[in-house]
Design a protein. Structure first.
Length: 376
């Protein structure tokens, strides 16, 4: 099934050529470009030291989609909401449940290219797949204006180390995503969200216990002293899991998980800095207590922890690193970005590898300079 361009939109091939021409001219002139899709994640990452903007929104549309293949290929500027609507019409969905970061009263501007470039997944991620797991292949524009293809469009065509997965979370510093091919999964016939009043240590203990059982859990979250658990499946599976897990059914589960995914819950309100800690799921609850934090939200069975407040950057990074994870200043709020960037700085060897990759894909350094790391 192919989507036709909307009225006034440049057809896909013409838009691709226009983007390639703009990058080639920029490379010749040394013009630094801020790669931009819908702009829904412009807050994320470091500030880009750019001279001009590369608008990718006109390069949109579905390239290939056959539901029986459980894969879809779309152009980078395609709206994420349109992709999800198309999949839902065929009883399918993206396995990583990506965030839109759209206000509840506004249409989502998130693009599929930006979704892959940011590499951010939603509540389903630990129970289904990450963006990197779901990516089959990409068609991209490098810093010289050359079009490159990596990976494939269906699962049977992907083998060996896939360079395309380097683009996940690269924030556009390696190339402009012209097309992405993604795995999709069927939607479950039914869903139920259960809520229990639990302190965090007990909630983490329960999540670890349930993770060792074959339960159809597809999302978990702890916030404001309550543990939320989403289970998907048929009627019998839902009833049996409810019996084992216990808890009260949530009346508006879809709204809760959307608001969590897009950071519209009360926890995320305000201008205080927001930290994102990626930790081993078994990390003790007191890892955040050591920072004297009063505002905490936990997802992914304990592997993702959000902290709100004015916290010392070095302390947050040290505690996350000691636990075997890392910390990102996800939203700066009213504070200032750290001089060494919002992501935890890389050790010398990984940093050297990042620079070599940047040199290989964007030797002149014109694509989103500094967005990922200040000197990459």
């Amino acid at each position: 099934m192919n989507a036709s361009p909307s009225r006034g939109e440049i057809p896909g091939t013409d838009a691709e050529q226009a983007l390639a021409d703009q990058v080639r001219v920029a490379a010749a002139d040394g013009t630094r470009l801020a790669v931009r899709g819908g702009g829904s994640k412009v807050f994320y990452g470091n500030l880009v030291a750019a001279d001009a903007e590369l608008d990718c929104t006109a390069h949109s549309g579905v390239v290939a989609y056959e539901p029986t293949e459980l894969a879809i290929t779309v152009r980078g500027g395609t709206r994420l909401a349109d992709v999800e609507a198309l999949l839902a019409a065929h009883g399918q969905q993206l396995p990583f449940e990506p965030p839109h970061f759209a206000p509840s009263d506004a249409a989502s501007r998130a693009s599929i290219g930006g979704t892959v470039a940011a590499g951010l997944s939603g509540p389903r991620r630990p129970y289904a797949a990450s963006v990197r797991d779901a990516l089959l292949g990409v068609r991209l524009l490098n810093g010289r204006g050359q079009v490159l293809d990596f990976g494939g469009r269906v699962m049977k065509n992907v083998a060996g180390y896939d360079v395309s997965r380097l683009m996940v979370g690269a924030m556009g510093v390696l190339g402009v995503l012209l097309e992405v091919s993604l795995k999709v999964i069927p939607r479950a016939p039914g869903s139920l969200t259960l809520v229990r009043e639990e302190p965090l240590p007990r909630a983490l203990e329960l999540l670890r216990r349930w993770s060792r059982r074959a339960l159809p859990i597809t999302a978990s979250a702890w916030v404001d002293g309550r543990l939320y658990l989403r289970i998907d499946g048929g009627e019998e599976a839902l009833a049996e899991t409810h019996r084992l897990v216990e808890g009260l059914p949530l009346e508006t589960p879809d709204a809760f998980w959307r608001d969590l995914r897009d950071q519209r819950l009360g926890f995320f309100a305000g201008d205080a800095p927001l930290w994102r800690l990626s930790l081993p799921p078994a990390t003790a609850a007191d890892v955040s207590d050591a920072l004297g934090v009063g505002t905490l939200l936990v997802e992914w069975g304990g592997a993702l922890r959000w902290l709100r407040g004015e916290l010392p950057v070095a302390d947050v990074r040290e505690i996350a690193g000691a636990a075997g994870g890392h910390a990102t200043l996800f939203r700066v709020g009213t504070g200032a970005r750290p001089a060494d960037g919002v992501l935890t700085p890389l050790a010398p060897v990984p940093l050297r590898l990042h620079r070599k990759l940047k040199d290989a894909f964007d030797p002149i350094g014109i694509l989103n300079p500094g967005r990922l790391y200040p000197d990459v």
